[in-house]
Ligand binder design. Structure first.
Ligand code: 13P
Length: 337
């Protein structure tokens, strides 16, 4: 049988392991223009290119951010954007010791023939886009697809999500980008934690089946799973210890130790909740680097502090460092609220 040997294999492994450095995680700042607009609207700002630039500039120029953050995921606009004083955002990240990454999926659309579920677009032209992103300085990529528990999930939706992730991962590796594999299992719903465990186990078994079928190099990928929690509307809440136990059991049963890093999404958890859950997962050794790739759980306080005012930039950068440091400690299992 064919064993893949690609031109970028050594670099893919190095990139994934650099991101999975002890005490570090990922800053997800790759909101699409539409989602970034919602964040800006929440602090009374218009969704203009200048406002998105001002906000992203604040994030990437935060002094010492690289002490806690090893990679930052960008939206395409930011990968090609400069700061107001003419440095590229990519150079700012590199100067901070942070690897630039790029969101490469084209978002979700309805999956016909399913239970009102969705699928993720973006495979057409992905080889040439990833080659161009690599030239522009990106070294890793993200593709986020979703699975909804209240809507089924149907066999069709899970298969489509897993197959799309595997094709994306293979194309990225062929062009030098380490792929983050992200089948987000949405928090929405009244289901309990056991149902989430069941669905997550199903999703990850299919994802790894298709990753293997597509000859993806496991040592050169990163995962971005949802934590195994009760649905957002479930009355029975779970403690960080329960979330850690369920999530780690699921991962140990489904994810080979060849994968260097597990970088969780925050998925609508509060900042402190996301940090506490990560900390609980790092109370005992596990086969991978278990860390964070948070957007909202790193940015909520930053946005509220900044409010679009230049005089608040420094305070907002401090707020980012507070969350980044807390999650860095949680990666080491040493955080206390
Ligand atoms: P949240 O941490 O806000 O869930 O976002 C992470 C992310 O990048 C989802 O794709």
């Amino acid at each position: 049988f064919a064993v893949r040997a690609g031109q970028y294999d050594d670099e893919l492994v190095k990139t994934a392991n650099t991101i999975a450095t002890k005490g570090k995680g990922i800053l997800a700042m790759d909101e699409s223009n539409a989602t970034c607009g919602k964040r800006l609207e929440s602090i009374g700002l218009e969704n203009t290119e200048a406002n998105r630039q001002a906000y992203r500039q604040l994030l990437v120029t935060t002094p010492d951010l690289g002490d806690y953050i090893s990679g930052a995921i960008l939206f395409e606009e930011t990968l090609y954007q400069s700061t107001t004083d003419g440095r590229t955002m990519v150079d700012c990240l590199n100067a901070n010791g942070i690897l630039p990454g790029i969101k490469v999926d084209k978002g979700l659309v309805p999956l016909t023939g399913s239970n009102n579920e969705s699928w993720c677009q973006g495979l057409d032209g992905l080889a040439s886009r990833t080659a161009a992103y690599y030239k522009q300085g990106a070294r890793f990529a993200k593709w986020r697809t979703v699975v909804s528990i209240p809507n089924g999930p149907s066999e069709l939706a899970v298969t489509e999500a897993a197959w799309g992730l595997a094709r994306y991962a293979s194309i990225c590796q062929d062009n030098g980008l380490s792929p983050i594999v992200e089948p987000e299992i949405l928090l929405d719903g009244e289901h309990g934690i056991d149902r989430t465990l069941e669905v997550a186990s199903k999703v990850w078994s299919k994802v790894f089946y298709f990753l293997a079928e597509n000859n993806v190099l496991f040592e050169g990928i990163l995962l971005k799973p949802s934590m195994v929690t009760p649905g957002a509307e479930c009355k029975d809440r779970a403690t960080p210890e329960q979330v850690a136990e369920y999530t780690l059991n699921m991962l140990k049963r489904r994810v080979p130790p060849a994968v260097p890093g597990i970088m969780f999404l925050s998925g609508g958890q509060s900042e402190v909740e996301a940090t506490l859950n990560l900390n609980a997962m790092n109370q005992s050794p596990n086969p991978w680097h278990v860390s964070f790739s948070y957007a909202r759980a790193l940015q909520n306080s930053v946005l509220k502090t900044w409010k679009g005012q230049p005089e608040n930039v420094e305070a907002a950068q401090k707020a980012l460092l507070v969350r980044a440091k807390a999650n860095s400690l949680a990666q080491l299992g040493k955080y206390s609220a």
